[in-house]
Design a protein around this ligand. Sequence first.
Ligand code: KG4
Ligand code: ZN
Length: 337
Amino acid sequence: MKILGIESSCDETAAAVVENGRNVLSNVVATSLDEHKLYGGVVPEIASRRHAESISGVVTEALLQANCTLADIEAIAVTYAPGLIGALLVGVNFAKGLSAASGKPLVPVHHLRSHIAANYLTSDLEPPFLCLVVSGGHSHIVAVNSYTDYKIIGKTRDDAAGEALDKAGRTMGLEYPGGISIDKISPLGNANAFSFPHPKIADAPYDFSFSGLKTSVINTVHNSTQKGETVNTADLAASFQKAVVDCLITNFEKAAVDFGYKKIVLAGGVSANSLLRAESEKMCARHGWQLRLPQLKYCGDNGAMVAAQGYYEYLAGVKAPLSLNAYANMPIDNVNF
Ligand code: KG4
Ligand code: ZN
């Protein structure tokens, strides 16, 4: 069964054809990242305009590369929440048009569910498992009970891990997105050069807080600038990355122990981070847990993960009417459309 997946929640316009939720037949991504670099962050209006320009070509190319036409597709899966509303609407409206024209069912897909499904593309992973979902907009510890049943165990109280890395990177003068730049420069620095706070939330041991950590790095840079001193950027990046990864791993490990999970999974853009991947491996080796990581090419936003999750949503009977809307916010464990 072939599913067409369409993604436009942020700055990637993406489409893919995936067979039976696992076998990627095509995966086409166009990104407006280079334009956003000029502004140090995603400019929603620019992202929406680029989606509108690219979507038709990207979907056509995905079908061509998969050697199929709409007639071969069982259902059209599309990211409808959460994300930038103007960006999401481009994908949703395009998918609705395709569905109306072809008579193929329209399957709404939650963005974080699709990030988790990126793991189905490269391994035989099946729920239940415990997943750390870390992206530019979210940091969640999620119990994945089945392909369509989730429970949030912990989440960030303020900034997402990716957001903190991006803002810290900007303060350090690194290229957007800061998460990638910090990952690249950190091996050149000393991760113990600076000590950053590891915030804990007393009554919620699985929740995260990254805004204090972010403020701390901003203050470090500003204080040095005011004193006329220069900070070693690689040391700062390495120390900050270590603090973020320590916070993520500490809570994730505690959740896995407390809830008795032995199958451990990472997902989302930040799951591409080398230190997070290495520390997750060490954590799983310590406990004898099984670790699954998405392939690097499926960590960021893409259509294949939408098609993969769309397949399981479709099997579960999820189908949207043509009145489907897009939503900037939507919890992973209680979706509606
Ligand atoms: O999942 P994603 O592509 O988009 C959202 O759904 O938000 O995640 C983007 C985030 C950005 O914050 C980016 O800095 C971060 O993922 N990111 C990384 C790395 N690659 C992407 N963070 C740390 N290390 C990386 N290698
Ligand atoms: Zn994403």
